[in-house]
Design a protein around this ligand. Structure first.
Ligand code: AMP
Length: 176
């Protein structure tokens, strides 16, 4: 299927002032509702990482689970979840990350990545990079080897995201 990035962008809806005033939320549900485009997006990620010998895809709660889980299936590797505080049932390690106002924690099961495993971190969107940075630190703590960070959307106009994550290989499908 021939596709340019505007076709994908046409299915990403801007919701002004959600979840709070001043934020333009990128709503990916129209894209997920479109069978051909959802398929295409997964194919683009799969092609990008097929030869990278990924052992684990790490998905960030919650929209990172959507793309991460399907990609792990396609790459025939394991899928590890990173969740907000208090959701994971087994022993975890935690990392705090900054929100617009205050901070929160992300957690990962302490046995979910083995030392030396090749890890790909996946989320729907890169904004300031704070969330992904915290996840990368959790993966480092478990001695995983981060091969890349993959996003459907990169808010490149913020610039901060790439800056904060400059030590990593970043891939995004559409940029704003
Ligand atoms: P950040 O830590 O600033 O890079 O924010 C990334 C996380 O927040 C991702 O998990 C996104 O799903 C979510 N996020 C941040 N900004 C937006 C936005 N404008 N639209 C949708 N999701 C966003």
């Amino acid at each position: 299927m021939f596709l340019n990035m505007d076709t994908i962008k046409a299915k990403i809806r801007d919701i002004p002032d959600f979840p709070k005033k001043g934020i333009v939320f990128k709503d990916i549900t129209p894209l997920l509702n479109d069978p051909k485009l959802f398929h295409k997006v997964i194919d683009i990620f799969t092609e990008r990482y097929r030869s990278e010998k990924i052992d684990r895809v790490v998905g960030i709660e919650s929209r990172g689970f959507i793309f991460g889980a399907v990609l792990a299936y396609k790459l025939e590797c394991g899928f590890t979840i990173v969740r907000k505080t208090g959701k994971l049932p087994y022993r975890t390690i935690k990392k705090s990350y900054d929100l617009e106002y205050g901070s929160d924690h992300l957690e990962i099961h302490e046995d979910s990545i083995h030392p030396g495993q090749r890890v790909l971190i996946v989320d729907d969107l890169l904004a300031t990079g704070g969330t992904c940075k915290a996840v990368a630190e959790l993966v480092h703590q478990l001695q995983g080897n981060i091969v890349g960070l993959a996003f459907l959307i990169e808010l490149a106009f913020l610039k901060k995201g790439r800056e904060k994550l400059k030590n990593y290989d970043i891939f995004s499908i559409v940029q704003y």
